[in-house]
Design a protein around this ligand. Structure first.
Ligand code: B12
Ligand code: SF4
Ligand code: SF4
Length: 386
């Protein structure tokens, strides 16, 4: 068995679903594309995504002294019990108000799960090599261009939605890299493309895929619900539907994903109701409940405040009057970010009860941004009545 085959067998035995090898040469096309994206302002909102970082993430030799190869790994999170079944749940008062968490976030935090495997992999590597090796590992936690490495190592190809599509597991994969000083035979990139398909571009609700392979980060629901800390731009809120953490639309509509194999990692199996979480209990959680419910989950990243902001937007989009009592409470909570989005949601639901709560809130509200939001809402209703 060749050295490369032994390394790949080790990775598969440890639980990676796909593995490929590429050189540690710079990813030149990607560095140019990413720099252009930064210059065009399409990565705005991610202050850490600088030109300096773009350079480092596309030059593995800067990341590890003497780097010769990158071992590119992928793990499926397309867990067996999860069929994207965002079904309507029924209660006495009809279907419950549910939202959506992106599929990657329905189980345990992938950073922890995959990091453990990467450590095992690099610990066992010297036995195969017959010598010590210098390595550096990444799983979405440092300056490494994961997709560029996966493409060049033949793990998958770039879809027009910018995700790496793998022939066996579709795009439902996490990517991880091991940079090493060991010289290895490189794999050949796949000769696959999306062909004439443009489904993801057509179906993205916010128009975030502004051209094939180009995403405007600022419009992506994944950015708006996870990375953005402040107020969600008003014009984008109605386009976000019921997504409260991440978004999968450009992957759900992708034909390559329709036949994707299931992954075997039990840690990524969906937790109770994490495909279609009930929104009203989410809006009523306190910090303690949030910590308890989202322990070891990627969702803890938004903090309670961010998640409840997103829940308000989803409730506004659902437009169901049963959400009014919970939103009314949120309208007087101690976080102005939540109050502002609760005000928007009540305005979207409309009717005497919702607008009455907004009128009452004006008298007590002190935050100028929340007051503006309420005033805009009333102005909109008045112009509708004309
Ligand atoms: C920043 C970031 C985001 C940002 C911006 C995403 C983006 N597309 O730019 C936001 C918050 C929006 C985001 C969202 C998501 N992310 Co993210 N994200 C990252 C991160 C940290 C960096 C990505 C990056 O550098 N983007 C910058 C731009 C310039 O790169 P790019 O969009 O990939 O574009 C490349 C192509 O355009 C290519 N290119 C240029 N010209 C051409 C021409 C041709 C012909 C071709 C083929 C290619 C090509 O070059 C560019 C640079 O490589 C990576 C982890 C990492 N360290 O790499 C994870 C990562 C990309 N994210 C991941 C995931 C899972 C997601 C979500 C699916 C989560 C969700 N469900 O909500 C969404 C998907 C949204 C989407 N359609 O991309 C996975 C992707 C796995 C995969 N199969 O591809 C990664 C790799 C994390 C991981 N290690 O698993 N993400
Ligand atoms: S994740 Fe959602 S918002 Fe972002 S590009 Fe894909 S479909 Fe559009
Ligand atoms: S939906 Fe079509 S264009 Fe988009 S990534 Fe999938 S195959 Fe490519």
């Amino acid at each position: 068995m060749s050295l490369e085959s032994k390394i790949k067998k080790l990775a598969m035995d440890i639980g990676f679903d796909l593995v490929g090898i590429t050189t540690a040469d710079p990813f030149e096309r990607d560095e140019e594309a990413a720099s252009q994206r930064v210059r065009d302002g399409l990565m705005d909102g991610l202050p850490w995504y600088t030109l300096e970082r773009v350079q480092r993430m596309n030059r593995p030799q800067i990341l590890l002294d003497g780097a010769r190869s990158v071992i590119s790994l992928a793990v499926s999170y397309n867990a067996t019990s999860d069929d994207n079944d965002n079904q309507l749940k029924s209660g006495d008062a009809g279907p419950q108000l549910t939202g959506k968490f992106a599929r990657y976030a329905r189980g345990d935090d992938y950073h922890d799960v995959i990091k453990k495997r990467l450590r095992r992999f690099v610990d066992e590597l010297p036995d195969i090599l017959g010598r010590a090796a210098s390595t550096r590992v990444f799983v979405d936690d440092g300056p490494m261009n994961d997709r560029a490495a996966a493409e060049r190592a033949g793990v998958g190809w770039f879809g027009k939605n910018t995700n790496i599509l793998t022939p066996s597991h579709g795009s439902w994969v996490f990517l991880a890299q091991v940079i090493t000083d060991v010289e290895l035979r490189q794999d050949i990139p796949l000769k696959k493309t999306c062909g004439n398909c443009v489904r993801c571009i057509d179906d993205c609700p916010t128009g975030a895929i502004v051209a094939p392979y180009v995403l405007d980060n600022r419009k992506c629901i994944s950015y708006l619900t996870i990375e953005l800390r402040g107020v969600i731009p008003r014009e984008l809120r109605p386009l976000m539907g019921d997504w409260v953490f991440g978004c999968d639309i450009c992957q759900d509509v992708c034909p390559v994903n329709w036949k994707a194999a299931k992954g075997s990692e039990t840690a990524f199996q969906k937790r109770h109701d994490f495909d279609a979480p009930e929104l009203l209990p989410l809006l009523e959680m306190d910090d303690e409940e949030f910590r308890e419910r989202f322990r070891n989950s990627p969702i803890k990243r938004t903090k309670r405040k961010g998640l409840q902001r997103n829940v308000c937007v989803a409730l506004g989009n659902l437009g169901d009057a049963r959400a009014i009592p919970a939103l009314r409470k949120a309208l007087v909570c101690d976080e102005s970010l939540i109050r502002l989005h609760a005000a928007w949601a009540l305005g979207r639901i409309g009717g005497d009860e919702a607008l009455g709560s907004l009128k009452l809130a004006i008298a007590q509200e002190t935050d100028p941004d929340v007051l503006d939001e309420i005033k805009i809402t009333f102005a909109e209703w008045e112009s509708r009545d004309l």
